[in-house]
Ligand binder design. Structure first.
Ligand SMILES: Cc1ncc(C[n+]2csc(CCOP(=O)(O)OP(=O)(O)O)c2C)c(N)n1
Ligand SMILES: [Mg+2]
Length: 360
């Protein structure tokens, strides 16, 4: 029996849900894959192969797996900067995620984007400006409505971002125009170096849309998130925007440079790991409901380990783009042939990248 809290809604998501063996195997594989993907990212970072920022999603896996399980092919997603797992679920391979982190040509943005800038079809990627993705997501929802394509846009933000002014402008416009958008607040209890209760006057993020309906969801439970997402899609299509608050927890620090222990205790992190870990909880459901056996679970873990080992190898050894590709894809159309200014000693042009020429 799933539990929700509702704001300005009489009916909420389904509290009883069905789970097939196939779905159980898929979700378990995805949960474990994201955890291992982030462990690999952390390892590559420690080896100083990842330059720039690196924000890990460890602990929050059930939010991404549950939400993506309910997405239809036409729906869109846009997120902040904690996106490795989202990119993976939206179709970027583990190798393309890790190779992107280490700046390789085989990375999903040819190594030019790094941790925060990964994209895939219908995934409008990571965005480093806190809250800015919500304005972009509202624009995507407006485009969906204008094109009558039936798609719903999911715009993700954190508890820290929830206090950004532009989010309230977006709530307002989305409600006025009844846009097909779901505002998804992943409340992991902490922003950058501070806690939600120190930074927000109202930590019930599902109510923060005021006139917008909202649902509080247990973000450590894949099935609760999936059920809430299904409900949100129907609501957004028929009635317009709503807010989903996914209550979750971040094990790692804000980014790799934050040990994550100056604003919370090690014991707290340890307790959440022991009592509310999303993977452990899902594993228990699978065993208790006899959907998967211990052997099958171990088999899935082995497959994921092999997948990640290959991905780590690509991230370590694939080639980088040559200098001639430095400014490709900055402009499109008539700007394509413009000479690049201010690069002394090099004769570089703006151009569109051709993947087959990446390795020249
Ligand atoms: C406009 C803007 N202000 C400040 C920052 C610096 N900053 C980066 S992340 C962050 C906190 C965000 O916390 P939250 O939304 O809870 O996301 P989480 O890191 O927990 O996933 C801040 C203040 C920024 N990137 N952009
Ligand atoms: Mg947060």
């Amino acid at each position: 029996m799933l539990d929700y809290k509702l704001h300005k809604l009489e009916m909420g998501p389904d509290t009883l849900v069905a789970l097939t063996e196939r779905e159980a195997a898929l979700y378990y594989r995805q949960l474990v894959a994201i955890r291992r993907l982030e462990a690999a990212a952390a390892q590559l970072y420690r080896e100083q192969l990842v330059r720039g920022f690196c924000h890990l999603y460890t602990g929050q896996e059930a939010c991404a797996v549950g939400l993506c399980a309910a997405l239809r092919p036409q729906d869109n997603l846009i997120a902040g900067y904690r996106i490795h797992g989202w990119a993976y679920l939206m179709g970027v391979t583990a190798a393309a995620v890790l190779a992107e982190l280490t700046g390789r040509a085989s990375g999903c943005a040819q190594g030019k984007g790094g941790s925060m800038h990964m994209y895939a079809p219908n995934f409008y990627g990571g965005n480093g400006i806190v809250g800015a993705q919500i304005s972009l997501g509202t624009g995507i929802a407006l485009a969906n409505k204008y094109r009558k394509n039936g798609a719903v846009c999911f715009a993700l933000y954190g508890d820290g971002a929830a206090n950004q002014g532009q989010i309230f402008e977006c709530y307002n416009m989305a409600q006025l125009w009844k846009l097909p958008i779901v505002f998804v607040c992943e409340n992991n209890n902490y922003g950058m170096g501070t806690s939600a209760w120190r930074a927000s006057s109202n930590t019930n993020y599902y109510t923060r849309g005021d006139y917008l309906p909202g649902v509080w969801v247990d973000g450590q439970d894949v099935l609760a998130v999936r059920s809430a997402t299904r409900f949100a899609i129907e609501h957004a299509q028929q009635r317009g925007p709503l807010v989903l608050e996914l209550c979750t927890y971040r094990y790692a620090g804000h980014s790799m440079s934050d040990p994550g222990t100056s604003y919370r205790t090690r014991e707290e992190v340890q307790q959440v790991r022991q009592r509310q870990d999303a993977i452990e909880r899902f594993r228990k459901i699978c065993l208790e409901m006899s959907l998967l056996t211990q052997t099958q679970l171990l088999g899935i873990e082995r497959t994921v380990r092999d997948e990640m080992e290959l991905a780590i190898k690509a991230a370590r050894t694939d080639v980088e783009l040559p200098l001639s590709h430095l400014c490709n894809d900055v402009y499109a159309g008539s700007y394509a042939q413009l000479q690049l200014r201010g690069v002394l000693g090099h004769n570089l042009e703006h151009a569109r990248s051709r993947t087959e020429s990446c390795h020249e």
